[in-house]
Design a protein around this ligand. Structure first.
Ligand SMILES: *Cc1c(COP(=O)(O)O)cnc(C)c1O
Length: 361
């Protein structure tokens, strides 16, 4: 029987950080860079409110949230668009800019959604080599052609945990043809306390050819509500509003995000927790010749190159001890795995398990 024929899209579907064992509450999930401290007190309060109105459609332009963002992140209300996760903003940017045969440049180890959405709309994805797991500006520039439309970078980068500093970012924008859109994904910016780091938003908020991505999924702990935002020139934003699904952001997500962004104490506490535990965990791994990135995000890319066991063996041992981390197979990073920084209880348990594992190998 013949059936309607659909497009052949040559991509691998995104595989989220392992949680297949979700139903067993005893597992510790350190595979998806989620907030280690849960959500802020104000958001927890909203959850307890039983009078939330959900029979009405949400505000299609998320004005309450955009006003809160504009105030807290000191940026222009009219240049913000909200999405069901920054994920959806990536999708919309690809829809807006890319035609068949247009080219997109991505660092070789980068967030998988850039390549997935680029390919879905028919663009060709070119990967620029990194140097020591760090984005190389020169290698990005080498890939540029007349067909290049977008360069995506996450800064700090997931899954490598490295970052481009302020000078490097300025240099990249300067060297890149003005007609190429530079997308900077600030997903982990709050965690990066390095002196030479500056977020994409801070640096480029007045640029017409830089587009910024932000999310509430990581530090703010709202991953399940699917809420993020994009920031760019008004012309880009207006065009995005034309293709945006009308009710992409739900009322509850908007409400929680509007509260979360005002809770500075929770942000500070989370960042501090992350830095202290991140360094502690990093040091322990160094005892076993497992190297990792500096603390710029809420995860460590653990490199087993000089270790006496492989990342695969180690990962299996962790799993036997009910700890789930992220394999780097889809990212094609050899002998590495990515570990999210957990809460104090999880981290203490992790340290205990790691010591036990290495006692026995
Ligand atoms: C986790 C992550 C996001 C967040 O995606 P959401 O769709 O907002 O949950 C975006 N970019 C990068 C690089 C990430 O690691």
């Amino acid at each position: 029987m013949s059936v309607p024929k659909f497009k052949n899209i040559n991509i691998q579907a995104y595989k989220p950080g392992k949680s297949e064992i979700k139903k067993d509450k005893n597992y510790i999930k350190l595979s998806a860079n989620e907030s280690s401290l849960g959500v802020s007190p104000g958001v927890r309060k909203i959850f307890k409110n039983k009078n939330l109105v959900i029979n009405r459609y949400p505000d299609s332009k998320s004005e309450t949230l955009r006003r809160a963002i504009s105030k807290e992140a000191k940026c222009d209300f009219n240049k913000i668009i909200c999405g069901a996760g920054s994920d959806e903003i990536i999708q919309m940017i690809c829809q807006l800019y890319l035609n068949n045969d247009d080219e997109v440049i991505l660092p070789e180890y980068s967030f998988l959604m850039y390549r997935i959405y680029s390919k879905i709309v028919g663009a060709k994805v070119l990967f620029s080599k990194e140097v020591n797991f760090k984005i190389s500006i020169e290698n990005i520039l080498k890939k540029v052609s007349k067909k290049t439309k977008i360069v995506f970078i996450a800064n700090p980068n997931n899954p490598t945990g490295t970052y481009l500093n302020k000078t490097e970012l300025i240099y990249l924008r300067k060297k890149l043809n003005k007609k190429i859109l530079l997308v900077i994904d600030d997903a982990y910016h709050e965690y990066n306390l390095k002196k030479d780091y500056v977020s994409g938003l801070e640096l480029f908020k007045r640029f017409k050819n830089v587009f910024i991505l932000r999310t509430f999924s990581k530090l703010y702990g709202l991953a399940s509500l699917r809420i993020g935002w994009g920031y760019g020139d008004k012309k880009i934003i207006n065009a995005l509003y034309k293709i945006k699904p009308p009710f992409n952001v739900n009322y509850f997500a908007e409400l929680c995000a509007s509260k979360a962004i005002t809770e500075k104490i929770f942000v500070k506490k989370s960042v501090r927790h992350n830095l202290i535990w991140g360094n502690k965990i990093k040091k322990l791994f160094e005892n076993y010749r497992i190297s990792s990135n500096e603390i710029t995000s809420n995860f460590l890319l653990l490199n087993f190159k000089n270790c006496k066991i492989s990342s695969k063996i180690f990962m299996d041992m962790l799993l036997k001890n009910k700890i789930i981390v992220r394999s780097m197979k889809e990212y094609k990073i050899k002998n590495c795995l990515r570990l999210s920084i957990g809460n104090s209880f999880e981290n203490k348990y992790l340290l205990k398990v790691v010591k036990k594992i290495f006692k026995n190998v």
